[in-house]
Design a protein around this ligand. Structure first.
Ligand code: NAP
Length: 490
């Protein structure tokens, strides 16, 4: 890219924001700032510090394609290693110099062809282009359970783990069995005096081998990039993830049968106690919720000091949790592993585009954006991992790299002076949304009979409803006819 000197503001210094910084520098754009609301980079990997936190994507795939890491300790590495990877990469590429911490944006308004941003700190900035890299899962979902304020012990969300609380000799209740709840139970069973897992909907669990990489293996990865490449088994990985994307898009019943059989076998062989096994048996289609990979959950929940509670929670009392069979479960700590509000994105930021249109107006029914990237009336405002962006179980880091490539093409038009403003047209977004929603209704997320964070308020899956190949193809080059462009810039 070369041409007009664009001023760019990136919102958020997590995985996507750091990627944007690296790529802007690579393109010779130095006039940018990354505004970060917290005092550290890392996004989700900064916020989540719960015991047992690991990546649920194979480590060697959970890196930027241009910065592989030979030093991962295992196939599914702990969160602290991932946070360290992002910190290291951010400073290696010189992005840290462009970040301003403790700058939460209160509002962004498009006026006279530029974005005017106001921070809660009182600071302000002006930009030609805004890149929102605010993440999908970062607003904790804290359901209100009657009586929760009266609890005498400690109660917190998994993404706000209170490390000042000792777990030694404690009775801990964990509510929720997404990846987070499952990882916490696996880490704490046997450590706590008692750990109770409150499960409303049993989940399918896929076995996975998480043997640590040996010192020799890591040395080989370091000295021989080809060995690292081979260990990534890219073909096998793509075939695997593609096969569950096909299940999601309902194109491949053979793949569906494979995933179901693998999870079923794991349940039958992994849980010896027949009563416990039946309580753990899901009643929905595999992959209807995001599939959980765990090497040891079934062992953990069968531990003598662990218990599965499938009776409904009726309320929380000062001493613990009361379930609908009338039992009071006395506890010292309650952890809400209850997930995230996945429809928030940049909110509660007030964003106002052309002619006074607000984000709340555009998103009144549901969050929407053309290809997850652009919104009509919000020129030069682009999103990484925006609404309806996740593609099956593909790593978000790979998704963000493809999206960046596309955003860079949009920015090239601005930089060349071809146009001064660019955003998708209303008609193109409407057409895209109609097709996306129709396709979403054919996916297992919709037909599989379960509730999940993939569903929006009207029950429509909010992920990319087609396969990975289509996503990659769409990201190669914008369809310029979908865009409304302002007059040529100077
Ligand atoms: P989640 O998958 O949304 O699971 C939330 C859990 O809380 C569900 O079991 C849900 O039950 C339960 N729940 C919610 N409200 C409840 C209520 N009022 N009463 C009882 N139970 C309630 O959340 P998550 O486990 O935090 O995971 C979210 C996503 O984050 C994952 O799908 C994954 O993409 C990502 N994640 C990634 C990693 C990683 O390693 N990369 C690790 C953790 C999480 P129902 O099923 O009955 O609704």
């Amino acid at each position: 890219m070369s041409g007009k000197d664009l001023r760019v503001v990136v919102i958020g210094a997590g995985m996507s924001g750091i990627l944007a910084g690296i790529k802007l520098l690579e393109a010779g754009i130095h006039n940018f700032t990354i505004l970060e609301k917290a005092d550290r980079i890392g996004g989700t990997w900064r916020d989540n510090t719960y015991p047992g936190l690991t990546c649920d994507t194979p480590s060697h795939h959970y890196t930027y394609s241009f910065e592989r890491n030979p030093d991962w300790s295992s196939y599914l590495p702990p969160g602290t290693e991932i946070q360290a990877y992002f910190e290291r990469t951010c400073s290696k590429y010189g992005v840290d110099r462009y970040i301003r911490f403790n700058q939460e944006i209160a509002s962004a308004r498009f006026r006279d062809g530029r974005w005017h941003l106001h921070m809660k700190s009182g600071a302000a900035d002006v930009a030609d282009v805004v890149i929102a890299a605010t993440g999908v899962l970062h607003h904790p979902n804290m359901p209100h359970i009657e009586g929760m304020e009266s609890f005498r012990g400690r109660l917190f969300h998994s993404a706000r783990w209170d490390h000042s609380v000792s777990l030694e000799g404690k009775r801990i209740g964990v509510i929720g069995n997404g990846s987070t709840g499952v990882q916490i139970i696996s880490a704490l069973a046997g450590q706590a005096q008692l750990i109770e897992h409150y499960v409303r909907t049993p989940q399918w669990i896929m076995p996975v081998d998480n043997t640590p990489y040996s010192v020799e293996q890591r040395e080989t990865f370091r000295s021989d990039p080809a060995a690292l490449q081979a260990a990534m088994r890219i073909e096998e990985f793509l075939a695997n993830v593609n096969s569950y994307t096909q299940v999601i898009t309902r194109e491949d019943m053979e793949a569906a049968a494979f995933w179901k059989a693998s999870c079923l076998q794991n349940l039958e062989q992994g849980v010896a106690d027949p009563v416990l096994r039946e309580k753990l048996r899901p009643d929905h289609e595999p992959l209807c919720k995001r599939l959980i990979f765990s090497p040891d959950y079934y062992q953990a929940i069968a531990h003598p000091r662990a218990a599965l509670v499938t009776d409904r929670i009726t309320r929380i009392e000062p001493a613990g949790i009361r379930t609908n069979d009338g039992e009071l479960h006395e506890l010292d700590i309650i952890v809400f592993a209850t997930g995230f509000k996945s429809d928030q994105f940049m909110r509660p930021m007030q964003i106002t585009g052309q002619h006074g249109i607000t984000l709340e107006d555009l998103w009144a029914q549901r969050p929407k954006a053309y290809l997850a990237i652009s919104m009509p009336g919000f020129p030069n405002f682009f999103m990484l991992n925006g609404p309806n962006g996740p593609v099956g179980n593909f790593p978000l880091i790979d998704i963000a790299e493809h999206q960046w490539h596309y955003i860079a093409r949009l920015m090239e038009r601005l930089r060349s002076g071809d146009c001064s403003e660019i955003s998708v047209s209303k008609e193109a977004l409407e057409k895209f949304e109609t097709e996306r929603i129709a396709a979403a209704k054919t996916t297992v997320w919709f037909t599989g009979g379960c509730r999940s964070w993939y569903l929006d308020a009207e029950g429509i899956p909010s992920s990319w409803p087609w396969d990975y190949q289509r996503f990659v193809a769409e990201m190669r080059e914008p369809d310029w006819s979908a865009y409304a462009m302002g007059p040529p810039g100077q």
